[in-house]
Design a protein around this ligand. Structure first.
Ligand code: GDP
Ligand code: IMO
Ligand code: MG
Length: 422
């Protein structure tokens, strides 16, 4: 059986968590393939809101197993908190959760290094979530990291100590950073002990066996394509492969096993943290999108920057990921706007272009086309036939320009607020 991938086409927060939860009953396994607790995936049902940082968004469905893949970086403290909070609300999480032994561990000193690096960058800071993501991936590629499987080794404590000693040298000698490890280390060591009781597995083998047995697997992305380490707006990116290829690397599945690639995007655009955002709105319309869309980060609470949809960037993301199906979220937020703008191309010193420039930081002028808006409240609509004609027109326009079908439309944050476009 094949693997399907669901990932973000913008700068994250497209609504991945919500849609993965909706799709999960069709899958026997949901697997996170990259990122870490920088992610915040919101799921709402029965008037309850959950924000998941590490646990895959399929976890609320008892017949589906959830896997944290090798491409993820894992903070034991966050994982423990997340499991315990969910179990307090009555969900028996532990039995449904598997963790790859190859997954790298985020240490308390990785978080300190993240903060020290951001402080040293001054006004060039990335706007990191300060969850230790970049230092942990640096230790992974630098071949210094500790992995989940190492938790079971008798010399884990010594190996932990030797990595901490290296980090201390960097914090003190390179960054002259003020820190107090005694505040965070005890909770880390307790969480490590907690993790030893979880299902720590050879995840690539587990997935191959599952696929061979005819099970359906959904790979859940974190962040978005424009935050990819290679293809995003470098250096204002995260440190992992957020694109479809990342699902192969982050789970150990082969490219030909991937079937559908669900690319999810908001009906407008948002970004949190620093970095270029060609269609950003600094005016009252931007504020209206932020207010109506509740655009505040699910992980850090920071206000998200808001703007219009950007077709060149979406086309780029669709191409990089081989998107087979588009999913549009938050169309309801645009209700009541007289006009919807869409960036069709950029105007640069060299002329008009739809190509993404190497350096997105250089000033480029987005050129917009204006489409008519709609006034109807669409949040309780469940069939495409019920949608206002102008919204149907907006979707048709996007499908033509992006040469990819929109197969699902989300019209509100709740699990029930979604429709299949037929
Ligand atoms: P993720 O990181 O991609 O999972 O997205 P986040 O959870 O960080 O942010 C998406 C936000 O939009 C959350 O607050 C969701 O509850 C909410 N949301 C998801 N889909 C919709 C939708 O169609 N309409 C509205 N109004 N909110 C949505
Ligand atoms: P989800 O999965 C939106 C952004 C940060 C920062 C940059 C690097 O919820 O869509 P990092 O902590 O990774 O070093 O930060 O990436 N960022 C996200 N923005 N959604 C996310 O995840 C993000 N994860 C990281 O704001 O600009
Ligand atoms: Mg999010």
């Amino acid at each position: 059986m094949p693997v399907d991938v669901l990932l973000g086409l913008q700068w994250g927060d497209e609504g991945k968590g919500k849609v993965v939860d909706v799709f999960t009953p069709k899958y026997q396994v949901v697997a996170r393939f990259q990122g870490g607790p920088n992610a915040g995936h919101t799921i709402i049902f029965n008037d309850q809101k959950y924000v998941l940082h590490l646990i895959p968004s399929g976890i609320f469905h008892p017949r589906t197993e959830c896997l944290i893949g090798n491409g993820v970086v894992l903070d034991p403290v966050t994982l423990r908190r997340e499991i315990e909070e969910l179990e307090r609300s009555g969900e028996p999480i532990r039995d449904r959760l598997l963790i790859s032994q190859r997954t790298h561990l985020i240490l308390p000193t990785h978080k300190l290094l993240d903060a020290a690096s951001e402080q040293a960058k001054g006004d060039k800071k990335i706007g990191s979530t300060l969850r230790g993501i970049s230092p942990t991936y640096m230790d992974k590629t630098g071949r210094n990291g500790l992995r989940v499987g190492d938790l079971l080794a008798p010399d884990f404590k010594q190996r932990y100590q030797s990595l901490v000693d290296k980090h201390r040298q960097l914090l003190e000698n390179l960054y002259q950073f003020d820190y107090d490890l005694s505040e965070t280390e005890p909770a880390f060591l307790e969480a490590v002990e907690f993790m030893r009781g979880l299902r720590l597995v050879q995840a690539d083998q587990y997935l191959h066996d599952a696929l061979k047995a005819g099970k359906q697997v959904l790979a859940e992305g974190a962040q978005g394509t424009l935050l990819d380490i290679d293809f995003g707006s470098y250096p204002y990116v995260t440190s992992s492969h957020t694109t479809a290829a990342g699902a192969c690397l982050g789970l150990g599945v082969a490219p030909q096993q991937i079937k559908s690639v669900f690319g999810i995007f908001k009906a407008y655009a948002t970004r949190v943290g620093s970095g270029p955002f060609p269609t950003e709105l600094h005016d009252a319309v931007g504020q209206e999108l932020r207010d109506k869309g509740h655009e505040y980060g699910a992980t850090t609470g920071r206000p998200r920057r808001c703007g219009w949809i950007d077709l060149p960037l979406l086309r780029y993301a669709i191409q990089l990921n081989g998107v087979t199906d588009l999913i549009m979220t938050k169309a309801d937020v645009l209700s009541g706007m007289d006009e919807i703008k869409v960036c069709t191309h950029y105007r640069t010193e060299q002329g008009d272009t739809q190509t993404i420039p190497f350096d997105l930081e250089k000033p480029i002028e987005p050129v917009f086309e204006s489409l008519p808006g709609w006034n109807d409240d669409i949040t309780s609509m469940r069939t495409p036939g019920a949608l206002p004609e102008t919204l149907k027109g907006y979707i048709k326009y996007l499908e033509e320009k992006l040469e990819t079908p929109v197969t699902y439309l989300s019209v509100g944050p709740d699990r029930k607020q979604i429709m299949t476009m037929g």
